[in-house]
Design a protein around this ligand. Structure first.
Ligand code: BMP
Length: 211
């Protein structure tokens, strides 16, 4: 299977849906974030779920009850997975896991932007411990920060790691998987290309040759 997760951060909803359909045979899942959800409405989760796994990247970071209310709705809409922050604490994250049911929960334990190194990325060990105690399925960790990604892989055992930061943020898909990512999350490198399907297929092929 593919190790590519498409980050569908397009705000042109028609184009986003066509691209999701065209690329879905070449990717493991499609990640939707606030930009597309705010333009298309939450039903976009249901629509894409008809032909692909959908990871709902809401980066939940609230008290347990609010997290629960949000995740229950995401589940009704048919998402395959949901992303939550872990820095808010074990109870908030556990509320996500409990409300998720069959959905996979990924917690953010480090981030890919330069500013993350000032604070968040110093605490990935603690955030992994909180996440494991809460019962998450996997982690979001930076695919453009090899040192941090390797440390997270070492502590994560066999748990799944999904990694953004590829392409537009400087990372490389093969290097990220070599450093411990199970799946790479790629947005602009694909959807800003003149031939997005071709770029997605190339990434998929490069990664499949690593096995
Ligand atoms: P792009 O490949 O265009 O840089 O997009 C990356 C995607 O991953 C975006 O949806 C972004 O919100 C998300 N992301 C990230 O870039 N870094 C993180 O640390 C966590 C993320 O979820």
């Amino acid at each position: 299977g593919s190790r590519l997760i498409l980050a569908l951060d397009l705000v042109d909803v028609g184009r986003a849906l066509r691209m999701a359909q065209d690329i879905s045979p070449h990717c493991f899942a499609i990640k939707v974030n606030w930009p597309i959800i705010l333009h298309a409405g939450p039903q976009i989760i249901r629509e894409i779920s008809r032909f692909s796994r959908v990871i709902c990247d809401l980066k939940l970071a609230d008290i347990p009850n609010t997290n629960r209310l949000i995740v229950e709705r995401v589940r009704e809409l048919g998402a395959w997975g949901v992303i939550a922050h872990s820095f808010v604490g074990q109870d908030s994250l556990r509320a996500v896991v409990e409300a998720a049911g069959d959905m996979k929960v990924f917690s953010v334990v480090a981030m890919s932007h330069p500013g993350a190194s000032d604070l968040l990325n110093r605490f990935h060990d603690m955030l992994i411990d909180i996440s494991m105690k809460a019962g998450v399925y996997g982690f979001v960790a930076p695919g453009n920060n090899e040192a941090v990604l390797r440390q997270i892989r070492a502590r994560a055992g066999g748990m799944k790691i999904i990694s953004p930061g590829i392409g537009a943020q400087g990372g490389d898909e093969v290097s990220a998987v070599a450093a411990g990512a199970d799946y790479v999350i790629v947005g602009r490198k694909i959807y800003q290309a003149s031939d997005p399907v071709k770029v997605a297929m190339e990434i998929d092929q490069r990664l499949s040759m690593m096995l």
